[in-house]
Write a new protein. Structure first.
Length: 253
């Protein structure tokens, strides 16, 4: 394999392209627009964008964060998402280079999927099946390729992940008479089990709870009121937990 730095650069550049697509999906999917064949357009004037308007990072910087047709401001979120996806690519290249291309690609694919899922849930409190079900599939495929055989731990993890959160949500609904978890959370946790195996699920939950607690603590420190009825994007926290568990393994393992 090439040197880790070379791999990281290649994956980072690929991440910029993937990030541009992720940014588009985060806008189109909640609007029920075609995420594959839909034409990119300005959100202010509706004018279709040319190919040179869509070069990751460069186009936003050259156009100074404004639409080339109408001059309306373009949110920097697109730039940040592209840079975030590039960072995931670089991270995958550096962390997985010694283990080979399979680990590099698997880490990048997982990171990009989790970035999209985390953004959608954080902004819309929604975990669509179109994003969570493929996470299960890619996790099982990655586990099978890495293990070169049946991914037993991942199959058990997917089943247990779904069943445990589904049961928890049902129990909460029975006791509190209202939903405490969204319908997509058990499927996302099944995807977590497919990627990190059943042994990694406790760590995913611990990381997710730590991330959620940090958000609540931040709200309290900034003197914002927090109540039991407040909604938090638990799917975003789960995505963080999956990523950290994949990178560093189960806590205490």
């Amino acid at each position: 394999m090439p040197a880790p730095v070379v791999i990281a650069i290649i994956m980072g550049l690929l991440g910029l392209i993937v990030g541009s697509f992720i940014a588009a999906v985060t806008v189109r999917l909640p609007r029920d627009e075609d995420v594959v064949f839909g034409r990119s357009h300005c959100m202010s004037c509706g004018a279709p964008l040319k190919a040179w308007h869509l070069v990751p990072v460069v186009s936003w910087l050259v156009q100074r964060g404004r639409c080339a047709m109408c001059g309306a401001a373009v949110s920097p979120r697109y730039l940040l998402i592209e840079c975030g996806a590039a960072a995931i690519g670089v991270w995958a290249g550096l962390s997985g280079a010694e283990a080979g291309w399979i680990m590099v690609v698997a880490t990048a694919v997982l990171g990009w999927q989790l970035l999209l899922i985390a953004l959608i849930d954080a902004e819309n409190f929604w975990l669509p099946d179109e994003l969570t079900l493929p996470l299960i599939v890619t996790g099982l495929i990655a586990a099978a390729v890495i293990a070169q055989g049946w991914p037993v731990a991942s199959l058990i993890g997917a089943a247990f992940g779904f069943g445990s959160l589904w049961a928890l949500a049902a129990l909460y609904r029975l006791v509190r008479k209202r939903d405490g978890l969204g319908g997509g959370d058990p499927i996302l946790f099944a995807g977590a089990g497919a990627w990190v195996g059943w042994m990694g699920l406790p760590s995913v939950l611990l990381w997710a709870c730590a991330a959620g607690f940090s958000v609540v603590l931040t709200l309290l420190i900034t003197r914002r009121s927090v109540s039991g009825g407040d909604r938090l994007p638990f799917g975003t926290f789960l995505a963080i937990g999956v990523w950290l568990t994949w990178l560093y393994g189960p806590i205490g393992g």
